[in-house]
Design a binder for this molecule. Structure first.
Ligand SMILES: Cc1cc2nc3c(=O)[nH]c(=O)nc-3n(C[C@H](O)[C@H](O)[C@H](O)COP(=O)(O)OP(=O)(O)OC[C@H]3O[C@@H](n4cnc5c(N)ncnc54)[C@H](O)[C@@H]3O)c2cc1C
Length: 386
């Protein structure tokens, strides 16, 4: 029975890509993952290595000097980086999130300007959330006022991943407060870090993904040229939500990578650790836990790749698939990393082994790009619509 996803098979190119990213991640990103987490510092080594190999924003189309990677390939990059360092995987993931509005709805001139800079190594962020407008995005208060040749932005966005490191920010703001439906009064803009009136706030102190800075950003009469609007006025929220269809499955890929990293560490540990005169891997109770972890990861992997391909092909049901992939993979990552800590016993609870960090990093994948409750609302809505 075809569940509507069509058939897919990873091609030789995808398999070769995975090998190349795994090699790079193990050699150039993994050695810094502990320090990046402990010092809560941006993984500059990862950014340099990813940029050098063309993996920092692999989704940028070739027309803008990018790699033109398809969504499955982009997810493989995110997954393999996340397997060793959750913070570093937010470089390719958020570069996609921060440019997808533009790719979907921007003018050719704006695409040329911004996307070619991202392809050349600059970074992009995505600014939708506000303190009082999290799940309820349409209640945002940041304003954009048209003044002929410029737009003037005022307000505060919060929880912005990689803020302070990125050069470009996709910002959603209310451009028509009188719109009959609040969602129709929101527009999207590209703001540059050097625009006058753009200010970056202090870093949040977080449970995990500590190497990826999360900050507020402030717009204080921030003036940008009129042609920095993405698409038409009033299209911003729709574009922002369409963007999430293209990127939620990428959070699934991040979750998947974190889970795989924890499983790999657990498999190695249980073969080595001895109790009752034998390796703990020989106990059936331990084996069943490993089997369940691997089974859920494999299911999540198929869902993530299938959703990526489906959204990219523009097939109906993309929102459902992307939300399902993100939710299943992130719930799996939380379960698998928790079980990995369990399999390490007391050692798992210390910072001497990576599973403790992976468990902390996994948690965010159930929260951002829409909490898993909101994803379930998206899925239920699409089921009930028929
Ligand atoms: C580390 C980090 C990085 C982030 N990066 C970005 C970023 O780069 N750009 C960006 O724009 N945002 C970003 N976010 C924001 C993130 O997307 C929001 O935190 C998330 O969407 C939830 O919003 P909230 O925190 O306001 O929670 P709330 O909306 O206040 O939700 C609180 C709880 O209520 C539940 N809830 C809310 N409404 C409903 C409902 N209708 N039915 C059932 N349950 C409901 C939620 O599921 C949650 O459990 C980031 C957040 C964090 C923590």
């Amino acid at each position: 029975m075809d569940a509507g996803y069509g058939l897919y098979q990873l091609g030789d190119e995808h398999n070769a890509l995975r090998e190349a990213v795994r090699d790079l991640a193990e050699k150039e990103i993994a050695p810094h993952a502990v320090e990046v987490d402990e010092q809560e510092r941006f993984p500059v080594e990862a950014l340099t290595a990813l940029n050098k190999a063309g993996f920092a924003a692999p989704h940028i189309p070739e027309a803008y000097d990018g790699q033109g990677a398809d969504s499955v390939a982009t997810n493989i990059v995110i997954e393999e980086v996340a397997r060793v360092c959750g913070s570093s995987s937010l470089i390719p993931a958020v570069n996609k999130l921060g440019t997808m509005n533009l790719i979907l709805g921007g003018s050719e001139a704006l695409k040329q300007k911004v996307l070619s800079e991202i392809a050349a190594g600059e970074m992009a962020s995505y600014a939708l959330s506000e303190r009082e407008a999290g799940s309820d995005t349409a209640s945002m208060r940041t304003k954009a006022r048209s003044e002929g040749s410029t737009w003037v932005l005022n307000g505060t966005k919060c929880w912005i991943t990689n803020a302070g490191e990125s050069s470009w920010y996709t910002v959603m703001a209310v451009s028509n407060p009188d719109a009959a439906k609040p969602a129709d009064g929101i527009s999207a803009f590209m703001v540059h870090k050097d625009d006058p009136g753009f200010v970056v706030g202090p870093k949040e102190r977080k449970l995990g993904i500590k190497g990826s800075p999360t900050r507020e950003i402030y717009f204080e009469n921030c003036e940008i040229p009129a042609d920095r609007i993405i698409g038409e006025p009033g299209q911003g929220l729709r574009l922002a939500l369409r963007t999430l269809d293209h990127t939620r499955h990428s959070i699934g890929a991040q979750a998947l990578g974190i889970a795989q990293g924890a499983l790999d560490a657990a498999v190695a540990y249980v073969k080595d650790r001895k109790q009752f005169g034998k390796a703990i891997a020989e106990f059936q109770g331990v084996q069943f836990m490993l089997a369940d972890m691997a089974m859920k990861i494999e299911a999540a992997r198929h869902l993530v790749y299938a959703a990526a391909a489906k959204v990219e092909r523009g097939e109906p049901g993309g929102s459902f698939a992307s939300s399902a992939a993100k939710t299943f993979a992130s719930d799996t990552a939380m379960e698998v990393t928790t079980d990995a800590v369990q399999l390490f016993g007391g050692a798992g609870y210390t910072r001497d082994f990576p599973v403790e960090r992976m468990m902390r990093d996994a948690k965010i994948t159930q929260i951002y790009e829409g909490t898993n409750q909101i994803q379930r609302m998206v899925m239920a809505r699409s089921l009930l619509k028929g």
